[in-house]
Design a protein around this ligand. Structure first.
Ligand code: ACO
Length: 156
């Protein structure tokens, strides 16, 4: 069992390769990622030299930060890494004196909804047919077509 104290958090520096393989765990296509990644701060969690998780955040209006992408490498999932990472990102947002943090996910994504609410987010809105309107092909996850998007918010 790996001790979470062995994980280090850092910001990706300009010029480093963007970790698309991790980001693609949370987003459908590289094109979708490219719409936000170049305006984002990219945090990575490392175990030694291995990158095991990524999180991209962007300021979407004054004082409002959005977590655009959070992903944990598959062999590290369900070990508490995502939760710890989320709490670290919330701390980073507080350090930057943001007043609000936002995260969006499909309304049928049970694990993500549970995790985000456990970390302190509350569901604020549902955007009907978001995934049907923003992606060229239907997205099927766990046998369900993604349709509506839940927006979760946290006041800091
Ligand atoms: N329904 C409800 N809860 C579940 C389910 C489920 N089907 N499966 C697992 N859980 C619970 C676990 O029991 C655990 O809770 P607990 O610790 O209270 O028992 C929790 O969900 C998972 O917590 P962690 O282990 O900390 O999470 P993990 O390290 O797996 O990271 C993450 C979560 C980031 C969602 C990861 O699974 C992942 O990378 N998934 C693929 C990419 C993804 O979906 N990213 C989010 C997309 S939305 C966005 O990026 C803005």
């Amino acid at each position: 069992m790996t001790n979470q104290a062995d994980l280090t958090l850092r910001t990706l520096t300009p010029g480093e390769n963007i970790p698309y393989s991790l980001l693609l765990l949370a987003d459908e296509t590289k094109e979708a990622i490219d719409k936000y990644i170049h305006q984002s701060v990219i945090y990575v969690l490392e175990y030694g030299k291995e990158m095991i998780a990524v999180c991209a955040t962007a300021m979407i209006s004054e004082g409002v930060m959005e977590i655009k992408n959070i992903a944990v490498r598959e062999d590290w999932q369900n070990k508490g890494v995502g939760y710890r990472f989320l709490l670290d990102i919330i701390d980073k947002a507080r350090e930057q004196e943001c007043s609000e943090l936002i995260i969006c996910t499909p309304d049928c994504a049970k694990k993500q909804l549970y995790l985000y609410q456990k970390a302190g987010f509350c569901i604020s809105d549902i955007v009907r047919d978001y995934y049907r309107n923003h992606y060229p092909e239907p997205i099927i996850e766990n046998g369900i077509e993604l349709k509506d998007m839940a927006i979760l918010k946290m006041s800091l």
